[in-house]
Design a protein around this ligand. Structure first.
Ligand SMILES: [Zn+2]
Length: 235
């Protein structure tokens, strides 16, 4: 019985490792998908800023062309001032010149506004790109290590299963049956050590009488508080 109980502690260690691997096998794909999503979102954010910059450049070029045209019109009208013969013609021309000046100032302001926005946006994009590159690098490294671990989990589980079977054959059937039954619903922990007079699973003090029974290691004794098998291995 004593050997069975000691082997049971060994089995529990292996089962803990298998459980952790199973959890990882379930959790890693979601973690990898989350990393992919974060990378995609960061790239999208950069693309949006690039599109904004292109729009501003396009707007700037448009106003530049319009400004050149308006200035040419203004000059043309101003040149005609020397050719007019009547006051009426002169007044009409002045009105047109004013209109041209309005156009010049409108496109000049719009051009400068686009230029100012670009001057702010360009360094902002640069720092966003640098920040994203750094974060993306970390994320890709993390992703790579998750994928590698995920790929090796299958082999690890197989290895642990072999060790598990090798340990199980040394344990009495009734002990194994109790362990398998108590493990369920107890976060996989079916057997725990009695340590300093307390249960190693729920840390409740074990009454002294019961603790001495546990120390004998000659039958299955459960913690009355959490229902796990208690084993004393002298620690
Ligand atoms: Zn307990």
């Amino acid at each position: 019985m004593k050997d069975s109980l000691f082997k049971l502690l060994e089995l529990q260690e292996i089962d803990n490792q298998v459980d952790a691997l199973d959890r990882a096998r379930r959790d890693y794909p979601a973690q990898i998908a989350l990393i992919d999503q974060e990378i995609e979102e960061a790239r999208k954010q950069i693309q949006e800023q690039h599109a904004k910059r292109e729009d501003l450049e396009k707007t700037q070029r448009y106003h530049e062309r319009e400004l050149t045209a308006a200035n040419a019109d203004l000059k043309k009208h101003q040149d005609r001032l020397y050719e007019v013969k009547t006051n009426r013609e002169y007044d009409a021309l002045q009105v047109e010149i004013e209109t041209c000046r309005g156009r010049v100032s409108e496109h000049e302001n719009a051009f400068l506004a686009a230029e100012g926005a670009l001057e702010e946006l360009t360094p902002a994009i640069k720092s966003l790109e640098e920040g994203c590159a750094e974060v993306e690098n970390d994320r890709l490294k993390n992703r790579e290590s998750l994928s590698q671990r995920l790929n090796s989990i299958g082999a690890d589980v197989d290895q642990h299963q072999e060790r598990r079977e090798a340990v199980r054959v040394h344990i009495l059937p009734q002990v194994l049956a109790a362990y398998d039954r108590f493990r369920k619903g107890k976060s996989g922990l079916g057997v725990v050590r009695l340590a300093k007079g307390a249960c190693g699973g729920c840390f409740q003090k074990i009454p002294p009488q019961r603790a001495s029974e546990v120390r004998r290691n000659n039958r299955i004794i459960l913690c009355e508080s959490c229902g796990r098998i208690l084993v004393w291995d002298g620690t």
